[in-house]
Design a protein around this ligand. Sequence first.
Ligand code: NAP
Ligand code: ZN
Ligand code: ZN
Length: 395
Amino acid sequence: MKMKIKTHQKSEKSDLIKAAQPSINLRSGSLTTATPRFGSTNGGDHPNPGGIKAYAAQTATASLGPFAIQRRDVGDNDVQMEILYCGVCHSDLHMVRNEWHQTVYPCVPGHEIVGRVIAVGREVEKFKEGDLAGVGCMVDSCRTCSSCEQGLEQYCEHGPVQTYNSEDTHLGGVTYGGYSKSIVVDEAFVLRVSDKLNLAAVAPLLCAGITTYSPLRHWKVSKGQKVGIVGLGGLGHMAVKFARSFGAHVVLFTTSPEKGADAIRLGAHEVVVSKDQGEMNKHLNSFDFILDAVSAEHDINAYLNLLKVDGTLTLVGLPEKPLGIAAFNLIGRRRQFAGSMIGGIAETQEMLDYCADHGIVSDVELISIDQVNEAYERMVKGQVKYRFVIDMASL
Ligand code: NAP
Ligand code: ZN
Ligand code: ZN
């Protein structure tokens, strides 16, 4: 059966998910079928030998492997890109392994996409064939709600259409991400990419970059402030670079003492090994702002205690399990505990332009597509220096 989704209306969307999911036990991780939930043509009820090459996870426990997908025809406002590089975000791993209990299989991850424009629709104004371009975590939103009108598409009241694992309103099924050869996206959600920077190292800016730039800007991190970054991974290393570039005194917290020299090279003024209680105590009640980019369960109270009066701890990391907060650690100094998700399209463009002007890129380890499963294993162990990027020529 083919099911068409015509609008982004929330009720319709959630009904669809409800209707579609009882056939699988998302929590057990034991998914047995490779058929897309919506019986769509995207990924298909049938293998798609003539389709576009991609890499997909078929279940929560399987390795990623070759898969063929379809992309829609180029519409009037669409940009078609050949994907040259795609970053590997820890969110890809959370999603592939169904750690957030919402994954639809087959799942083609990837939302740090850079490439070259190979076709544009008749109405497209920002891009022409041959331009460099990027796509991040969203490919559409309702565009009319108050969040969208403020340029906060990531907080769209109807839910943004994510680059992967969202309903595909064009082909049915779910959207498929950047571990693939090409993608078609409305130009409103395509970013301009400078040719001044190393393109592979630009890819992670589309998620790790904007996810750290946005909260650092929102909480006005600047000269004279003491700022902590927790976790030196993909997000953390970009946060160190931005916080330093914005003029703050930057302290990096890590569980990996061997990353200390890198942290300094990346821009931290100080490095604290978070397992060392004596070192942690030296920083009690002293931070204006802390950005927590840790992917796994950890003690958040240890960081709340480092904030001074009116200081803010903002979470960008998305561990699978809830974090426990001791109320006294908030009330005693009117501390604030907050969260932030990626950034809007205009702010993402601002961030990319800022990076081009200031020569900021990610530190990347380029891998071929067949190394992606190994890369996931290293990511779980915190052994990423500091972002894997897939060279799509290898697909
Ligand atoms: P990553 O590259 O794997 O880095 C995570 C870092 O967290 C590790 O390098 C490690 O740093 C630290 N860490 C890992 N396990 C830990 C543990 N058990 N205890 C303490 N520290 C630990 O991941 P990423 O791609 O930067 O993503 C980080 C998190 O942000 C993920 O949960 C991801 O899903 C989420 N995310 C959120 C958004 C958003 O919009 N808010 C966007 C993208 C990603 P050290 O070795 O230095 O300790
Ligand atoms: Zn991401
Ligand atoms: Zn909206």
